[in-house]
Design a protein around this ligand. Structure first.
Ligand SMILES: *[C@@H]1O[C@H](CO)[C@@H](O)[C@H](O)[C@H]1NC(C)=O
Ligand SMILES: *[C@@H]1O[C@H](CO)[C@@H](O)[C@H](O)[C@H]1NC(C)=O
Length: 123
């Protein structure tokens, strides 16, 4: 029994090495966040379009952005962006972002600096 568990962990260890190898060239830096003004005003506040692009051939899941102070006057679908009071935003509800960029819009007087904080590379 103990031997089996040991074998499984060795197997998982090598599996981890292999998948890491494939994704060696992918990192958090492959995620770019772009904010632009839509020109629409919501409750007196300008609306901003945010595009999260993954420039890596592997998907990235559990993408979390730093989004300190984030506020919005416009309802944002939690499946796209979930804000934690702890200054983090989970993008796409943790589901992988592949070639197709994720976009969402929020409305506030100013933009918020959103930069990738962490992600998991999934091949
Ligand atoms: C960001 O968005 C603007 C407006 O859509 C575009 O002109 C610009 O090229 C984009 N920048 C990047 C780095 O994608
Ligand atoms: C992610 O957030 C933690 C806690 O605020 C911070 O220490 C770390 O520098 C952040 N990492 C990046 C890449 O922004």
């Amino acid at each position: 029994m103990a031997a089996t568990i040991k074998n499984i962990s060795i197997f998982l260890f090598f599996l981890g090495l292999i998948s890491q190898g494939y994704c060696a060239e992918c990192s958090l830096k492959d995620l770019s966040v772009n904010t632009s003004k839509t020109g629409v005003t919501i409750q007196g506040k300008p609306e901003w379009l945010v595009t999260v692009t993954n420039n890596c051939q592997c998907g990235q899941s559990q993408v979390i952005l730093n989004c300190r102070g984030y506020k919005t006057a416009e309802l944002v679908d939690p499946n796209t962006l979930t804000y934690y009071d702890t200054d983090y935003c989970l993008i796409n509800y943790g589901k992988p972002i592949s070639k197709q960029p994720i976009t969402f819009k929020y409305a506030w007087d100013t933009t918020f600096l959103m930069s990738p904080n962490s992600s998991q590379i999934t091949c």
